[in-house]
Design a protein around this ligand. Structure first.
Ligand SMILES: NC(=O)c1ccc[n+]([C@@H]2O[C@H](COP(=O)([O-])OP(=O)(O)OC[C@H]3O[C@@H](n4cnc5c(N)ncnc54)[C@H](OP(=O)(O)O)[C@@H]3O)[C@@H](O)[C@H]2O)c1
Length: 359
């Protein structure tokens, strides 16, 4: 007895082997995944992005601190119980997406790696480690190999910056970049959102920042380093050079927290080695995957966090020559820090690993 597959007649035994192979392939790409920091701001969006992009999951472990163990959460209409890190390591997942702060990553990412789990880490713990890759898939995913056990996801302000700088650097070679950020409160996590909500409603409560954020602008993101810059500012310097694989690019940043929730905005001044034609430069950015040009003063079209919220693209506009200096331009870059700045980039890395059989 036989069956037709396409225009081929298959014997029953051949069909059985064929179906077995399909089943095996489906099983091998469907994975056991741990989301570490599942109760947090980034963790929540990671779950949302995994669901939206139909990432192949056959077992999901939701992991958080001891205070959340036992809490119930829902993913794809199914209820899960939050577990602790020890229990998650024992389950040896294929992949762990970490968004639980640097201290947790430093201690636990190697423990997951030791049981064969691939770790993609959202914290700053491993980003500047010479043995760890710092990945923005549109730029440097091809660096990844099966041997990369812990992969670092860049800082949110850096991701949206390099997404736009990369094609420009390829064409005109960047000499120097000066950035001023206007960063969303969502970048500091759940506690900061609570502070803004409390202050907006005239209530007291725990403070994530040293000052009120409602109706304020705080020129202080993350802790201060000895050189007078904040860690957030130095992340933009070091991570940009690492991702663009060019330590000669001079980068200077000022990071400011503003009472905004949709995403981070950046005023960016770039000086190039080579001169450029502004229309040609726009044409170069237009087809760049993941980048959307919103740039038309006549129609008051420019990127804004209110409209970037919930989207995966990096929006760029207000592109204009710097009239004070040759071979230089100014632009305005906006992106949802929780999406491309964190969750989406992480899930894209995971997809690259799956699609290229690196996991
Ligand atoms: N927010 C952003 O835009 C952004 C962007 C890029 C990267 N990141 C990075 O992503 C990480 C998380 O940021 P977030 O904004 O999501 O912070 P968050 O809202 O404060 O969430 C922190 C998460 O980590 C968990 N956690 C804390 N300590 C833990 C521990 N000892 N063991 C296990 N889980 C622990 C928390 O669990 P409990 O609920 O149980 O406390 C919570 O799920 C940070 O490293 C941050 O730098 C954030």
């Amino acid at each position: 007895m036989g069956f037709f597959y396409g225009n081929k007649l298959l014997q029953l035994s051949t069909l059985y082997v064929f179906l077995q192979q399909i089943f095996k392939n489906l099983k091998s790409i469907s994975m056991k995944i741990a989301v570490v920091g599942a109760t947090g701001m980034v963790g929540g969006v990671v779950l949302q992005v995994l669901e939206e992009r139909q990432f192949p999951i056959n077992e999901l472990l939701l992991v958080a601190s001891e205070k959340s163990v036992g809490k119930k959460m829902v993913f794809k209409n199914k209820e899960y119980t939050v577990m602790g890190l020890e229990q998650a390591v024992e389950a040896a997942p294929d992949l762990a997406i970490f968004s639980a702060g640097g201290t947790t990553s430093l201690e636990w990412a190697p423990r997951f790696a030791a049981v064969g789990t691939k770790v993609i880490d959202n914290s700053s713990a491993w980003r500047m480690d010479h043995h760890k890759k710092l990945i923005v898939p549109e730029i440097n995913a091809s660096l990844l190999t099966r041997e990369d056990a812990i992969i670092a996801n860049p800082n949110c302000s850096t991701i949206q910056l390099v997404m736009v700088l990369y094609p420009l650097h390829q064409k005109y070679r960047i000499k120097r970049v000066v950035i001023s950020t206007y960063q969303s409160v969502t970048g500091t996590g759940v506690k900061a959102m609570q502070q803004l909500n409390n202050e907006t409603h005239g209530k007291g409560g725990d403070m994530a920042y040293p000052y009120p954020i409602h109706r304020n602008a705080i020129p202080h993101c993350d802790v201060f380093e000895e050189n007078g810059y904040t860690k957030e500012e130095m992340k933009m310097v070091r991570e940009t050079q690492k991702i663009l694989a060019d330590p000669t690019i001079a980068v200077s940043a000022t990071a400011v927290r503003v009472p905004v929730v949709g995403g981070h905005s950046e005023s960016v001044n770039v000086e190039f080695e080579q001169d450029f034609n502004i229309d040609e430069l726009r044409l170069l950015l237009h087809p760049t995957p993941g980048v959307t040009l919103q740039d038309n003063p006549d129609t008051q079209t420019y990127p804004m966090p209110l409209y970037a919220q919930g989207k995966d693209e990096v929006f760029v506009g207000r592109i204009r020559r710097d009239l004070s200096q040759p071979k230089s331009l100014n632009m305005w870059i906006v992106s949802d820090n929780l999406r491309k700045g964190a969750a989406t980039n992480t899930v894209q890395i995971a997809e690259y690993l799956v699609n290229n059989k690196l996991i």
